[in-house]
Design a protein around this ligand. Structure first.
Ligand code: C2E
Ligand code: MG
Ligand code: MG
Ligand code: MG
Length: 277
């Protein structure tokens, strides 16, 4: 409820605002506490190549809430980004992913797997980011060439020059870089071409109706051609059906991720399945 108080000013009804602010600061406190108490876990979703073999995984964070149970990132990542808590949370995520990578090195069935980690703008532009990544790789013994960081176009466009510098520093350490949610941002072709990335991830919105929507087919074909021209890997997100996978394959996309191949799951169950197949 808003009430007008004189020329052009809108005053929001105060008790409501207070309630909102209280709820937010309570959530923030809960989130901060959860980070300290290590209540976050990583789930891993397989990434599949054209031979139907698993080549890597994407790490997706979940909050193992003591009362509410397993909570998805949509419910806490936005607040974490707003409050800056994404920086300490992201550090924990990166550390868990690198520890998992190092563990996978000792087993022939998992040695080849890459792990992709999502990185928000606040984390990426944080001054200590590159140092923290290399420190974590050293500390855990994870091989840098098996770590992939997922960035989004829109986040990089906040400051292209600074972003390119950071990306180059990460590339120099041997780390792979991917552009997440590709096709939904507003970067120009000349900007994309400047970015030192290894992989484009076609956003799930273009995959959803791909089988019957000619516009989506045209967009996906364009992204794949762009990948070819710039010598980048292209992976499609949100692949849920055989039909989507087949159209993607026909268009020249050779890596897939989505419920058709597997939902995000704990490392334990993922590797158990790898051992039996
Ligand atoms: P994203 O990086 O684009 O991840 C893909 C999302 O799509 C994941 O949702 C995944 O579970 C979901 N997904 C995968 N395959 C399918 C499919 O076939 N169908 C459908 N309908 N969905 C599918 P999730 O795990 O809820 O993550 C949502 C977003 O939260 C991620 O989008 C990413 O932007 C963010 N996020 C997740 N983990 C982290 C993290 O550790 N750090 C940061 N900064 N962000 C994260
Ligand atoms: Mg991602
Ligand atoms: Mg995505
Ligand atoms: Mg996303």
């Amino acid at each position: 409820q808003a009430k007008s108080v004189g020329r052009g000013t809108i005053r929001v009804f105060e008790p409501e605002m207070e309630a909102l602010a209280t709820a937010r600061s309570e959530m923030e406190r809960g989130l901060r506490q959860a980070i300290e108490r290590n209540e976050f876990v990583l789930y891993y979703q397989p990434q599949i190549d054209r031979t139907d073999g698993i080549v890597g995984v994407e790490a997706l964070v979940r909050w193992q809430h003591p009362q509410q149970g397993l909570t998805s990132p949509a419910s806490f990542i936005p607040l974490a980004e707003l409050t800056g808590l994404i920086v300490p949370l992201g550090k924990k995520v990166l550390h868990m992913a690198c520890r998992q990578l190092a563990l996978w090195q000792v087993c022939p069935a998992t040695q080849h797997l890459t792990i992709a980690v999502n990185v928000s703008a606040k984390e990426f532009f944080d001054d200590g980011f590159v140092d923290y990544v290399s420190h974590t790789l050293n500390e855990t013994g994870a091989p840098p060439e098996k770590l992939e960081l997922e960035l989004t176009e829109s986040q990089l466009m906040q400051d292209v020059d600074a972003a390119i510098k950071k990306m180059q520093a990460l590339k120099q350490k041997g780390i792979r870089l991917a552009l997440d949610d590709f096709g939904t941002g507003y970067s120009s072709l000349s900007q994309i071409q400047q970015l030192p990335v290894d992989q484009l991830k076609i956003d799930a919105v273009f995959v959803r109706d791909l089988v019957f929507n000619r516009n989506d087919i045209a967009i996906v074909q364009t992204i794949i051609n762009l990948g070819k021209a710039l010598n980048l890997d292209v992976i499609a997100e949100g692949v849920e059906t055989q039909a989507q996978r087949d159209v993607l394959a026909q268009l020249g996309c050779h890596k897939y991720q989505g419920f058709f191949y597997g939902k995000p799951e704990p490392a334990q169950t993922l590797t158990e399945n790898l051992m039996v197949t």
